[in-house]
Design a protein around this ligand. Structure first.
Ligand code: CP
Ligand code: NVA
Length: 303
């Protein structure tokens, strides 16, 4: 593993190795056992979009590993004024030991990896959110003990979160069902990916079909970062139907978990009561970003 660009390129074993190391790092942190595995290493964090969890968890994670993190807003970098990614990649490779990037186009992340000579971590693009889903998988295992035999359901937009959830859950042996409105389904590329998992994947426009027998239900905002101008149109397409609420949970399995990458819009993709009832799972999921990403950084950046 040289980079973390998508979950597609990781094997099941690599994902499990990350999750096992994440569990170990969480234990060490909880028990105040020093784990300076990246002493003196420097991570650059490029942000072209907003962030609360990603920024803080990567920065704190790097400090806890004995390294340092530099917050690089694209507003301040020359990349924001059009300096090519290939030049930025080669320059940053001379200063840093790893780059984390949150941006729009997946190609930008791939270019950074191809032109640079240091590990690159995708911290969200329009296409996928692998770091988030590693944390989600870690959380599922904490609550359910295993993956095999479980059913994961995603309700909502066929977006970056949907893509990574589908790939990560299928790779670990879970069944996956997704319900999106017409016109907002997952892209053809991910539909192709699911063909390698016959009888394990279902795509529908009906949330109740998708949620039937679910062990974990995911949702995400109706309009992602960069889609703000479509918010009203999307409200009409998703509203009243593509929502995680009590009625939907009633058709899921008993003890069904709810996961949300956050930020959440109560009253839109999830009701306030369901959110609060599942707040422990959701905030454990947010905390696990820290542990999962520390594991990724150790795997990629340790000498
Ligand atoms: N879930 C997530 O990536 O949150 P932020 O946008 O706050 O980083
Ligand atoms: N789909 C959301 C996820 C945020 C973490 C977005 O891209 O804005």
């Amino acid at each position: 593993m040289k980079h973390l660009l998508t979950l597609e390129e990781l094997s099941k074993k690599e994902i499990l190795d990350i999750l096992n190391l994440a569990d170990q790092l969480k234990f060490q942190r909880n028990n105040k056992i020093e784990h300076h595995l990246l002493k003196g290493k420097k991570l650059g964090m490029i942000f072209q979009k907003s962030s609360t969890r990603t920024r803080v968890s990567f920065e704190v994670g790097m400090y806890e590993l004995g390294g340092e993190a530099l917050f690089l807003s694209s507003r301040d970098l020359q990349i924001g004024r059009g300096e090519p990614v290939e030049d930025t990649a080669r320059v940053l490779s001379r200063y840093l030991d790893g780059i984390m990037i949150r941006t729009y186009k997946q190609k930008e992340v791939e270019d950074l990896a191809n032109f640079g000579s240091i590990p690159v971590i995708n911290a969200l693009t329009d296409y996928c959110h692998p770091c988030q889903v590693l944390a989600d998988l870690m959380t599922i295992r904490e609550y359910k003990g295993a993956f095999e035999g479980l059913k994961a359901t995603f309700i909502g937009d066929g977006n970056n979160m949907a893509n990574s959830i589908i790939v990560g859950c299928l790779k670990l042996g879970m069944k996956v069902s997704i319900a999106s409105p017409k016109g907002y389904e997952i892209c053809k590329h991910i539909q192709e990916f699911t063909k390698d998992y016959p009888n394990m994947f279902e795509m529908t426009n009906d949330p109740f079909v998708a949620a039937k027998g679910a062990d974990v239900i995911f949702t995400d905002v109706w309009a992602s970062m960069g889609e703000e101008s479509e918010a009203e149109i999307r409200k009409k397409a998703f509203g009243g139907v593509y929502q995680v609420n009590k009625e939907l949970l009633a058709v899921a399995n008993e003890g069904c978990m709810v996961q949300h990458c956050l930020p959440a819009h109560r009253g839109e993709e999830i009701t306030a009561d369901v959110f609060e009832e599942h707040a422990n799972e959701i905030f454990d999921e947010a905390e696990n970003r820290l542990h999962a990403q520390k594991a990724v950084m150790v795997m990629l950046m340790k000498d």
